[in-house]
Write a protein that binds this ligand. Structure first.
Ligand code: GDP
Length: 431
């Protein structure tokens, strides 16, 4: 048994979906521990493609148990929709295959309404929220007024909470935002109806994990977003409202740190960002367009075009420390094929001084310029590589430079979107 945590080391969209899918084949249990339905992974079932936002892709494997931990905020409408679309694809989502933590927080229509009202007031895209009510739901969790999955098993508690919360939310929506108030009656009715359908999936996920540990199962902890979107450690305030760092797997799933055996950091071979926020290695030229087009860098959830730039190893080095990374999975290396010279950012220049880690102040980060190390590119197709030796010497040198600058060994290299388009140097589940 060896439990693995998978985390993004950049700003999300590192290609975690593919690596998680690869590792899921070796896992008995897959757990999500933070975030909400702002994550998005593309699943392909019998040629039909759809995107899941909340249910782990492990659901495609009949013998894999999928767990939604207490650290998530869950929109029951989205959960039920995903269950229905999986059902249409012939995958029946039963309580034997999926559990929802009784302590997970529930996204309510007033969370979405607050999210939208705020974005409208500020001008769309200010901090790049997806408007799904995720941030306001985490706010209520901290304010101790949240609705939890366990409330789905107690209709009177659920109704009471909705009615009392709505009083305050309607005041806020109408008086502060000049928005429409929400009606309690239909909301209570809809949530009671959804509660009935979701109730059978509500369990104590921490107890399920304890049992899995006792039975020696392989557990995969699937992080969403990325380290630099972490509410504590990211480029605040351009961050998500949860902690995508590996340590959050403990609090967000209900397991002790001693049970996390390997932390795998996903590193895209270049850098991308969605929405606003500082981006030191951003490329606003033809090379940026080349990477954007070859990498098909559009958001899975939002469809927004992603900003692209050279691989920023200051960012990845920070992630190595913040997560305690044991190994790296480098994804989308094939996208860089055809570029004559490649650059990796190994430090920042800040007001004439070298810095090896990202400053917390956005103003200082804005003044940072990249210190690049140049490496020769390669031109031949690399997607058929299955072992390190199959890669051109220049591609191997690129990977070695990443190892050298971060101090973390590479265990997986992804050279194409397909599951088989992978170089597996070391299986993270093998201690
Ligand atoms: P995620 O949410 O972290 O999985 O990241 P994205 O939403 O950006 O999804 C990654 C996209 O890149 C998917 O369409 C994958 O099929 C694709 N992808 C993953 N790994 C590779 C790779 O090594 N090469 C190429 N060309 N595409 C990849």
């Amino acid at each position: 048994m060896s439990n693995t945590v998978v985390v993004g080391t950049q700003w999300g969209d590192e290609g975690k979906g593919k690596v998680v899918d690869l590792l899921t084949a070796r896992a008995d249990v897959v757990v999500r521990f933070q975030g909400g339905n702002n994550a998005g992974h593309t699943l392909v079932v019998e040629g039909k493609q759809f995107i899941c936002h909340i249910i782990p892709s492990g659901i495609l494997y009949e013998d894999t148990k999928c767990l939604i931990g207490n650290g998530l905020v869950v929109d029951p409408e989205v959960l039920l929709e995903e269950m229905a679309s999986l059902d249409t694809a012939g995958i029946s989502v039963t309580p034997a295959r999926l559990s929802l933590s009784e302590k997970a927080h529930i996204i309510m229509p007033y969370h979405r309404a607050v999210d939208l009202a705020r974005e409208t007031r500020k001008g769309r895209g200010k901090i790049g929220t997806t408007g799904r009510g995720i941030g306001p739901c985490y706010e209520d969790k901290a304010a101790r007024t949240g609705v939890r999955a366990v409330d789905f098993t107690e209709p009177d508690t659920l109704e009471e909470k909705i009615r009392s919360n709505l009083e305050e939310k309607n005041f806020y929506l109408t008086r502060f935002f000049n928005a429409e108030p929400l009606d309690a009656g239909p909301m209570v009715a809809r949530y009671l109806e959804m509660a009935e359908r979701i109730k059978p999936f509500v369990t104590d996920v921490s107890l399920e994990l304890a049992l899995a540990v006792k039975e020696g199962r392989n557990i995969l902890f699937e992080g969403a977003q990325g380290t630099h979107l972490d509410v504590d450690h990211g480029t605040y305030p351009f961050v998500t409202s949860s902690n995508p760092v590996a340590g959050a797997a403990c609090a967000g799933a209900g397991i002790g740190p001693g049970q996390l055996h390997h932390v795998l950091g996903i590193v895209k071979a270049y850098t991308t960002r969605v929405g606003a926020g500082p981006f030191v290695t951003e490329l606003l030229d033809k090379t940026g367009d080349y990477i954007q087009e070859r990498g098909m860098e559009f958001g899975a959830t939002t469809g927004r075009r992603r900003r692209c730039g050279w691989l920023d190893l200051v960012v990845v080095r920070d992630s190595a420390r913040l997560n305690g990374l044991d190994s790296l999975a480098i994804t989308k290396l094939d996208v860089l094929t055809g570029l004559e010279t490649l650059k990796i950012c190994v430090a920042y220049d800040l007001d004439g001084e070298r810095t090896l880690s990202r400053p917390a102040s956005l103003k200082r980060l804005d003044r940072c310029t990249p210190v690049y190390r140049e490496l020769p590119g390669w031109s031949g197709d690399i997607s058929s590589a299955r072992k390190m030796a199959d890669l051109p010497a220049e591609a191997r040198a690129y990977l070695e430079a990443v190892e050298e600058e971060t101090g973390v060994p590479v265990s997986i290299v992804s050279v194409g979107p397909g599951r088989e388009e992978t170089v597996l140097v070391r299986d993270p589940f093998q201690p």
